[in-house]
Design a protein around this ligand. Structure first.
Ligand SMILES: NC(=O)c1ccc[n+]([C@@H]2O[C@H](COP(=O)([O-])OP(=O)(O)OC[C@H]3O[C@@H](n4cnc5c(N)ncnc54)[C@H](OP(=O)(O)O)[C@@H]3O)[C@@H](O)[C@H]2O)c1
Length: 306
């Protein structure tokens, strides 16, 4: 087992998934360094004095040399602002932040000390995909595999927990709207994953599980989008009418939004919402022997907050 004295740098450590990983790593006794574009803002989010904060921008490889000096492991969990709606004019794309940013972390890693790279990819990652999200994830995975450093890649599906964006937004919509608009026909299949389970696996990976493996990771149950919303209604105690926004309509909204300055939506984002997000958990369960949290249990925090 590697020493827990080693420094683990977490790119995206201020984000939803990254901060859950940071908390779990600290609990396991690792020394954590958060890479962020704004260390003073980041400091306010964490009570622990055990974390070091370093200014780093994944789109500027030169900014990574000092933050990565002496680091034994890197966890890459960053994503561009506004994800999954790209804004190429502002440089906010999967290719630039997810793929090129991951490559920059690999290239700027301290060769004297680096021993492990953990990449948070995503279900459906595929370098030959026509969709920019899945393509960038696939390309980043290839860069990680070919880096010559021990690695673990996780491909999570829809991930939820306190502080997430997607499930929190759905809970807000259930609170304030008499009906819930589901993207597409509602039959796209998902496996909602509790973020703590992912954070646990990342920590176990640094402890030696799943070396040089690529692991899909989703929650233990498969459900349709409609069933997810029904579960949320049950957990939050708010019954609402479900209506469906046909995929053609979503794409039309995306096409209009793409020419607006704020770019709140896009055709690619529409595709992202209506795609299946299924994970084959068997290799993960074999390697990590973890018990994944059922959604009804994992989402209990929503009852208290709604
Ligand atoms: N959330 C999900 O359901 C889900 C599912 C599957 C896969 N994933 C993947 O998991 C990863 C984390 O997702 P998330 O939902 O936790 O994202 P998030 O909450 O939006 O956090 C994004 C993080 O990226 C950092 N970041 C953005 N641009 C950066 C840049 N140019 N340089 C350095 N850091 C930058 C931000 O840090 P600062 O603002 O502090 O710089 C922030 O910590 C992503 O790769 C995402 O694709 C997420």
């Amino acid at each position: 087992m590697p020493s827990r004295d080693m420094i683990v740098a977490v790119a995206g450590g201020t984000g939803f998934i990254g901060s859950a990983i940071v908390r779990r790593l600290l609990g396991a006794g690792y020394r954590v360094r958060i890479l962020t574009r704004d260390p003073s803002r980041a400091r306010q989010h964490f009570a622990s004095s055990q974390i070091d904060f370093f200014r780093a921008d994944l789109t500027d490889p030169r900014s990574l040399g000092v933050p990565l000096a002496g680091v034994g492991a890197i966890v890459a969990a960053a994503q561009f602002d506004g994800y999954p709606v790209e804004n190429p004019r502002r440089g906010l794309t999967f290719e630039r932040v997810d793929y090129a940013g991951t490559r920059a972390l690999i290239e700027m890693a301290d060769q004297r000390t680096i021993s492990h790279f953990v990449y948070i990819s995503g279900a459906g990652a595929d370098a030959s995909s026509g969709h920019p999200a899945f393509r960038a994830k696939g390309r980043a995975e290839n860069a990680v595999r070919n880096a010559g450093i021990q690695f673990t890649v996780f491909r999570p599906g829809l991930t939820y927990g306190p502080g997430d964006r997607v499930i929190a937004m759905f809970a807000r919509m259930l609170r304030f709207s008499p009906l819930f608009v589901v993207p597409g026909d509602g039959r796209q299949r998902l496996q909602p994953l509790l973020v703590d389970d992912l954070a646990e696996c990342v920590t176990m990976a640094l402890d030696g599980h799943g070396r040089n493996g690529v692991f899909e990771i989703g929650g233990p149950e498969t459900m349709t989008f409609d069933e997810l919303i029904e579960l949320l209604m049950e957990v939050t105690g708010r019954q609402r009418l479900i209506v469906h926004a046909p995929s053609g309509m979503l794409k039309a909204v995306g096409a209009v939004a793409e020419i607006m300055p704020a770019r709140f939506f896009s055709r690619d984002a529409a595709d992202f919402l209506i795609a299946d997000r299924l994970c084959d958990n068997r290799p993960l369960l074999d390697a990590f022997k973890i018990s994944l949290t059922p959604a009804r249990t994992g989402m209990k925090y929503l009852a208290a907050s709604s």
